[in-house]
Design a binder for this molecule. Structure first.
Ligand code: FES
Ligand code: FES
Length: 231
């Protein structure tokens, strides 16, 4: 049995001592804000805090956390650092796909705890092991500087709007119906098909234009543009 503090609560876990902490967090404790990326300590997606220090939970055996305190992004709650980072992340629209962002935020929070006013060099050093396939690095750097400002002036931060955004589950965010609808292929009737009504999926990116007055089809529907006419 391995005992440790998890997001402020005592946990007793009966698993193999070499099981990675990430497996325990996601599969046994069912807390999923911490992500699996490479599984080899190379990408930072699984970053959590161990006694306040950022560590890669995918390569940290659970036995190594016995008697210590593990904090995931869920456990950061409304701490000053995380609140400032959240505001700054929103201000600079940092996330793209969002998959790496939990790890990025945990690394950034640890940096601000150590250096409340980090330089570009401090940021680059602290964040260098947190990879982002979407290339959000310039925005991350700006947002960390902004979070440092907000941390020093919480009045400015708290006077702003709180969007209530949840950064723990970017990849599970529900896509609004309107967005999902717009991304769907547009069904188009194929003339000459056996039934005359067979639908064919046409990517929404295919160039289309509305019929002009005098050229409108009887139905007034959007007509495909001949590719040659666009060249
Ligand atoms: S999943 Fe742990 S460092 Fe990549
Ligand atoms: S936002 Fe997509 S991987 Fe970082």
């Amino acid at each position: 049995m391995i005992n440790f503090l998890f997001n402020g609560e005592r946990r007793d876990i009966d698993v193999a001592p070499d099981m990675p902490l990430l497996w325990v967090i996601r599969d046994h404790l069912k807390i999923t804000g911490t992500k699996f990326g490479c599984g080899k300590g190379l990408c930072g997606a699984c970053t959590v805090h161990l006694d306040g220090t950022p560590v890669r939970s995918c390569v940290m055996p659970i036995a190594a956390v016995a008697g210590k305190s593990v904090t995931t992004i869920e456990g950061m709650g409304d701490s000053d650092a995380m609140t400032s980072l959240r505001h700054a992340w929103l201000e600079y629209s940092v996330p793209q796909c969002g998959y790496c962002q939990s790890g990025q935020l945990m690394a950034a929070a640890a940096l601000l705890a150590e250096k409340p006013s980090p330089s570009d060099g401090d940021i680059d050093t602290a964040m260098t092991g947190n990879l982002c396939r979407c290339g959000t690095y310039p925005r991350i750097r700006k947002a960390i500087h902004r979070a440092a400002q907000l941390l020093a002036a919480p009045g400015e931060r708290d006077a702003g709007n709180d969007t209530g955004a949840d950064f723990t589950n970017f990849v599970e965010v529900k896509v609004p119906d309107a967005v999902e609808q717009a991304a769907r292929p547009v069904p188009q009737s194929v003339p000459g098909s056996r039934s005359g009504q067979v639908s064919q999926a046409v990517p929404v990116s295919q160039p289309v234009r509305k019929s002009r007055p005098g050229q409108a089809s009887q139905s007034g529907t959007v007509q495909p543009v001949e590719r040659e006419s666009l060249s």
